[in-house]
Design a protein around this ligand. Structure first.
Ligand code: TRP
Length: 331
């Protein structure tokens, strides 16, 4: 039986938090054998915010190494760099003509980023969701695992796909966002009613996949909680709930099991246990990433063959699209 196609991507913008790991990468690793997977490093999306070119290049390679270190098998899934496959930009152009300025202006992330980078509200920033739609639709992906913050972008992708199909005839698979239930949303350690974000100015609010052991333990020790000293999950206890979620994911147990394990214990012991568990889980990933980064020839080979696989799949869709919209191809 043919496997269903799955597509996802992440930007190489610096630090990857444990929130990204739980919400995205660890799920990709689990799903890679079940689906026919394409995973991209979205460098074209990254430049919608000012980037240092050297840094961007370095981070792209670091992210590729990190993915593999986390367990993505490049023999199983196609792992590639978005800008290495020109079809993304080409399809985005066509999709632009089916997307309305008004709906892009209303996108939550566009509004947030416009506020944050008021001196650089560029066309690319506004067009970001259309490029993302091109990413997904090029591969005829049925499923798109994403964090909750990207759900709106997958929904607009569905609208654009339907619009194209209605105007030009059945062409694109309409994708479904796959929002993971547990841990889809890991919260800030300092303000647990806010999402954990690597752009948070308070570095104690988030844990990077590459933080060292002491840093990780210190950040969990400082995590903001309530004061009733009872370790249970609940809407009235966002801080403890967040820690229980993080613990259960890295420990490989359920939140209920974690609650039982810590019944009667104090917050201090609990926070230390969460920190140690996360540090223990990340150590082998960090070591493997360092080993891979020392073998650039291997990484270059992986990305080249990933791009080739992606190109083959993308080219098929793009030629179909060009034919449907009436581009002359030398009949
Ligand atoms: N915008 C996504 C993010 O920042 C990354 C991304 C780019 C993506 N293209 C995609 C995710 C296609 C899923 C599918 O997280």
């Amino acid at each position: 039986m043919d496997k269903k196609r799955m597509y996802s991507a992440a930007q190489p913008t610096g630090k990857i938090t444990i929130g990204n790991y739980i919400g995205a990468i660890s799920n990709w690793v689990k799903l890679q054998h079940e689906y026919d997977c394409f995973f991209a490093i979205a460098d074209m999306h990254a430049i919608t915010i000012k980037q240092d070119p050297q840094e961007l290049r370095r981070r792209t390679l670091e992210l590729a190494a990190l993915y593999i270190a986390c367990g993505l098998d490049p023999e199983v899934c196609a792992l590639y760099v978005q800008s290495n496959v020109s079809a993304h930009a080409e399809l985005a152009w066509v999709l632009n003509t089916l997307t309305y300025v008004g709906e892009m202006e209303r996108m939550t992330q566009f509004k947030d980023k416009s506020r944050k980078h008021a001196d650089n509200i560029n066309m690319g920033l506004m067009d970001y969701p259309v490029l993302m739609a091109a990413d997904i639709l090029l591969y005829q992906a049925e499923y798109v695992p994403v964090g909750f913050d990207q759900k709106q972008h997958v929904e607009i992708t569905r609208d654009i796909a339907n619009r194209f199909n209605n105007r030009y005839g059945e062409t694109f698979t309409v994708p479904t966002p796959l929002i993971m239930k547990s841990g889809a949303k890991i919260m800030s350690l300092q303000e647990p009613d806010k999402k954990m974000s690597k752009s948070d100015e308070n570095i104690n609010a988030w844990v990077s996949l590459l933080d060292d052991r002491d840093t990780i333990i210190r950040k969990f020790k400082r995590a903001v909680t309530d004061s009733d000293n009872c370790i249970r999950a609940g809407e009235d206890k966002p801080g403890i709930t967040n820690l229980l979620t993080i613990y259960s994911v890295f420990r490989g147990c359920t939140v209920e099991e974690a609650e039982k394990e810590f019944a009667g214990k104090g917050y201090g012991d609990f926070k230390l246990a969460v920190g140690e568990t996360v540090a223990d889980a990340l150590a082998p990933i960090q070591a493997e990433q360092a080993r891979l980064l020392a073998d650039k020839a291997y990484l270059n080979g992986v990305l080249a063959s990933g791009a080739e696989r992606a190109f083959k799949a993308a080219r098929k869709t793009l030629s179909k699209v060009y034919r449907k919209v009436g581009f002359y191809r030398g009949e």
